[in-house]
Design a protein around this ligand. Structure first.
Ligand code: RIB
Length: 302
């Protein structure tokens, strides 16, 4: 049976530029290709990935009245997700991200939150019935923390597993940390939260222990081309990534999360299998440019 997943998060239009290398401060560089607009936002990307992996997906988000995100709705609907809880702000524009990708596939991203930052606990409350019926709720940090806290409180009251991707990196209040069942940071985000740099196996373990000691049950630290480290109170290990030619890493982490949640069975704790599936999905995303445009469908992976 398909997992029921609610994603609470951002919708951005990604203004995307490919560069040979990054300019130094004060330097001007020519680019070969003009700017592209792609569907993006960590929340929207994760919702697209979850839905394309055929989980029953509802996306809670907010856009502006400007219509610049309208093209994304076709993608949301094609993936089969429930868009009933994507609201329109009266006061703010749709979020935007300004992304440059260099010849090695590395990216730099500046995000203007816009309507995403106007999501309130009351907006979340209006989606309470769908949260209560879900198996999992997933959030990231491109929407206001009070909205995430309210969503996770509703989830906790109804036995729904809460998953936080603490991106972009930020410190978090104890109030939110104690509402998390599964945390999925990358190395940098893990360090910002724990204060422990991820430098080797020992420091990775210390990071995981920091989160487990807070009561979080499952910790996944994504390590890019190396793969994913996982830890629970009973087990830990590394699931290696698939080695492919990287064109652009944008949305690779989002694909990983969407694919993981579509497969993870909290009761069976099929962690390694779900992580391997998610690594495989992310390996598709890095081979293409752009965010939602590069996220695979289940058929691609099978
Ligand atoms: O994780 C990638 C996403 O981060 C991009 O799509 C961009 O919108 C930013 O939110």
């Amino acid at each position: 049976m398909a997992q029921k997943v609610v994603i609470l998060g951002s919708t951005n239009v990604d203004r995307f530029l490919t560069v040979e290398r990054y300019a130094k401060p004060g330097e001007t560089l020519h680019v070969e290709e003009g700017q592209h607009n792609y569907g993006g936002g960590k929340g929207a990307n994760q919702a697209i990935a979850t839905a394309r992996m055929q989980a029953e997906t509802t996306f809670i988000s907010k856009v502006g009245q400007d219509g610049i995100a309208d093209f994304m709705f076709e993608g949301f609907e094609a993936a089969g997700m429930n868009t009933d809880y994507i609201l329109k702000s009266d006061s703010a524009d749709t979020g935007q991200a300004f992304i440059t990708v260099d010849a090695e596939g590395h990216n730099m991203i500046y995000v203007y939150g816009g309507a995403n930052m106007t999501i309130t606990p009351e907006d979340v409350e209006a989606a309470a019935s769908v949260i209560q019926e879900a198996d999992y709720i997933v959030a990231q940090l491109e929407v206001p923390v009070p909205a995430i806290i309210r969503a996770f409180e509703i989830a906790r009251e109804h036995g729904v597993t809460t998953i936080l991707n603490p991106a972009p990196a930020s410190t978090l209040s104890k109030e939110l940390l104690t509402l998390i069942d599964v945390i999925i940071p990358n190395e940098f985000e893990a360090e910002i939260l724990s204060g422990i740099p991820v430098e080797d196996d020992a420091s990775m373990k210390q990071n995981a222990e920091y989160f487990l000691d807070l009561g979080i049950q499952v910790v996944l630290i994504t390590l890019g081309e190396r793969g994913t480290y996982y830890a629970t109170k009973d087990t830990s290990g590394l699931v290696e990534a698939y080695q492919v030619k990287v064109v652009d890493t944008t949305a690779a982490g989002d694909t990983f999360i969407g694919a993981f949640v579509s497969r993870f069975d909290r009761n069976a704790m099929n962690l390694e299998e779900a992580i391997d599936f998610a690594n495989k999905a992310a390996s598709y995303t890095v081979q293409k440019s752009g965010a939602q445009i590069s996220i695979p469908w289940l058929d691609d992976i099978q």
